[in-house]
Design a protein around this ligand. Sequence first.
Ligand code: SF4
Length: 703
Amino acid sequence: RGDSACADRKVDSVCPYCGVGCQLTYHVKQDRIVFVEGRNGPSNENRLCVKGRFGFDYPNHPSRLTVPLIRREGVPKGLDPDFDPAKPFSHFRAASWDEALDLAAAGLRRLRDTHGPDALAGFGSAKCSNEEAWLFQKLVRTGFRSNHVDHCTRLCHASSVAALIECIGSGAVTASFMQAQQADVVILTGCNPTVNHPVAATYFKQAAKRGTKLIVLDPRGITMGAYAHRMVRFTPGSDVSLFNAMLNVIVTEQLYDEDYIAAHTEGFEALKAHVAPMTPEAMSPACGVAAEEIRDIARLYAKAERAMIFWGMGISQHTHGTDNARGLISLALATGHIGRPGTGLHPLRGQNNVQGASDAGLIPMVFPDYQPVGNAQIRAAFEELWNTPLHDKPGLTVVEIMHAIHAGTIRGMYIQGENPAMSDPDLAHARGALAMLEHLVVQDLFVTETAQFADVILPASAWAEKDGTVTNTNRQVQMGRAAVPLPGDARPDWWIIQEIARRLGLDWHYTHPRDVFAEMKRGMHSLDHISWERLDAEQSVTYPCPADDAPGLDVVFGDRFPTASGRARFRPTVPLPPDEPIDDAWPTVLITGRQLEHWHTGSMTRRAAVLDALEPAAVATLAPGELARLGLEPGEPLAIETRRGSITLTARTDPLMPEGMVFVPFCYVEAAANMLTNPALDPYGKIPEFKYAACRLSACKSA
Ligand code: SF4
């Protein structure tokens, strides 16, 4: 921590990393951030984790983009091991904004006009503001004239959102994570909050210390298990079997809330019949959990006066991810643990603005506020708002877009702040697709791995350099403020999107993000009673909000659900195996995820000095016994191979890891985890199975 005397001004904003949305203060000296402090925000109460506190200097990294770049003629697209992002002029030349924007837009316009709207697609960013997300999806829908717009929600919680919208009519959480402190029982499943939502984890730990019983359900032991009343480790991929067995106990022992079910739900009789044969004894072999243990945790949850369920990507990133979430929703509905303080359903959202970017419409099948593009009445309302005809066909999702490039359908892309050359499954396929694009425009802070495929690179704004709103996992819309100026010729993202839009023939005249927010309120009822001025004064307002002078609702759906009938729906689920089960040839389960110190593809945190010093190199984590069997010591090189590729990285042991599993973070380009991952999709959420791929391990003495 620095000394406040060394700063010449302070600027209040929000952390740029995870969905917890910690409020913070940037301490700035001579237009550089010198240190960061937590503020008394509703989701952090002055706390910050290591990323929020120390991960602030990446915008000053020597490889920061400060001028627009255009690919030099003859330089092939793709990852060149000799390319140095700090010296991009070997592969790209500097350009003026006018030249770069004209070239970027001309390529997109030519492909649209020659091959039709389906030839173009766009990836927006969950790291950008709500206003930037709104503009980006509007650009694709009105400028590209298609709905081929998506972002990283497709890779994290798309299946959770699909299940929530189907079953309770809303894709957001029903209660904030602070409500855990009022719960008697909390289930944490498929999440690792101390790593991925560290400040939220402090609320869970506090709750446990005050007497809340934590039930941790996960194939992998996690540090939160030390605070748990029950830590239940189950067989990877058997989530649906486990949740159905718990529902069977609740039905068989009549632990369900009959009055709640009668008043607020539909479909319970079908669910009852469906789970009848799925007794704990019947499901125990698949789950690897003793039948009596399943009974105990089902009883604990069902008999609690107030209980909540939190989940993460261990639930969502499966080919049965939507079924996993449906099972959790059924548990809450059957027991009436929803709509009251200390109860609810909470998918812990990943990026700082993945909730807001999804709300703002960076999703191919829905307009903002999850309004289907196929609904004529809704479409007419947006056509009137934007004064242009809109496409009625849902667009393609992230992985589908990569397939469409290989098929020759999609020929051009605009990618803002996303890094599919690192984040997509089966990277050989994804990078092959990016290389095939006839025209690629990338807007980012650095020449990322994706930007190395670009024809034009547009230097954009870091979070601490922009004004804008952002929505965290708790539905809290918060105000972010520019603390430092943009370097060199970099520009605000909203300005760049508008300049591209104008060159595609759109008549846009925004002068500030507040103009965009005003337009958003005309298309998004979720923002009713929330204004830019109010956010500027109050810092944070939760949606939905009932009045201009009322706080937003921390807990929702006490009376009715936002479905056509006002009732929630049970959706029975059938256990299915992973897409690529382990076998004798591929005997180990590979899972991928994040580390405490690094964020997603590492484009920001690997350029933050403290975070990079803490975790400088690619590691794979596995059980000590597993490593010993390979004849390796911690710190020695380990090769991991799947049907799609192989990587070599440093082995690390963790006694909490089960035998037969290896964990690899996906932020290291030198050992890119997604070279290995399986692109098979959940049929509803279209999310890849990042949490289960069959692999084999071997000692590698020459890394
Ligand atoms: Fe930032 Fe999340 Fe850490 Fe809070 S918990 S400081 S939002 S990374």
